[in-house]
Write a protein that binds this ligand. Structure first.
Ligand code: AMP
Length: 206
């Protein structure tokens, strides 16, 4: 079963590709951003603490992230045997702690998908999404800040996972179906999923 980390700057398509991959594999989709936004929407104390970071495009402190995510990952992995982690880990301390946590619970990730697109394409996609979804952090200034945070905090994870031999880098600056085909082919070649012969292509998510 796939236990995948989707690693990508904002706007590169980790939500979109996580969704169809989840449908295709039966692994649970765990979106860090969605869980955080749900906590904010609940209006809890924790949600108010979270919003102070997410509204500015800053990363939420690791302690809060683990408090919110760990139970979701354990429950999802128990029920489906796998996961598609969308938006976590995002810092080296998170990656190291997640690796320890995974080893302790036999839930170690077996693939990391690093999605890329040119920066101006990322900005333009996020501004389009702002028109559709009205997310508080999809304003131009906050988008630029989130991209800078990705470059300083999250980009180092690319080399970390590449050196572990489990990273696939994919450009999403092309048709979604081509990205899906490359990703499925890679997972099949690594024995992480069965060849889906005769299966119709997954719905285009998002
Ligand atoms: P996303 O929906 O993945 O774009 O995440 C939205 C926001 O949630 C980010 O800009 C961060 O403020 C926060 N966030 C999501 N995942 C994490 C994480 N793993 N660590 C810290 N903050 C996060």
């Amino acid at each position: 079963m796939v236990r995948v980390i989707m690693l990508s700057p904002p706007g590169a398509g980790k939500g979109t590709h996580s969704k169809w991959l989840t449908l295709h594999t039966g692994a649970a989709h765990i979106s860090a951003g969605d869980l955080l936004r749900a906590e904010v929407a609940r209006g809890s104390d924790l949600g108010r603490q979270v919003a102070a970071y997410t509204d500015r495009g800053d990363l939420v402190p690791d302690e809060l992230i683990f408090r919110i995510l760990a139970p979701a990952v354990v429950a999802a992995a128990r029920s489906t045997g796998g996961y598609v982690l969308d938006g976590f880990p995002r810092t080296m301390p998170q990656a190291l702690r997640a690796a320890q946590f995974g080893a302790d619970l036999a839930l170690t990730s077996n693939a990391v998908i690093y999605l890329t697109a040119p920066e101006e394409e990322l900005v333009s996609r996020l501004l389009d999404r702002a028109q559709r979804d009205g997310r508080a952090d999809d304003t131009l200034a906050v988008i630029r800040h989130r991209l800078a945070v990705f470059a300083s905090e999250t980009a180092p994870l690319v080399d970390y996972y590449r050196s572990r031999g489990i990273l696939l880098e994919l450009s999403t600056d092309r048709a979604e179906a081509d990205v899906q085909a490359d990703l499925l082919h890679w997972l099949e070649a690594r024995g992480l999923m069965q060849h889906a012969a005769g299966q119709s292509s997954p719905d285009q998510a998002e």
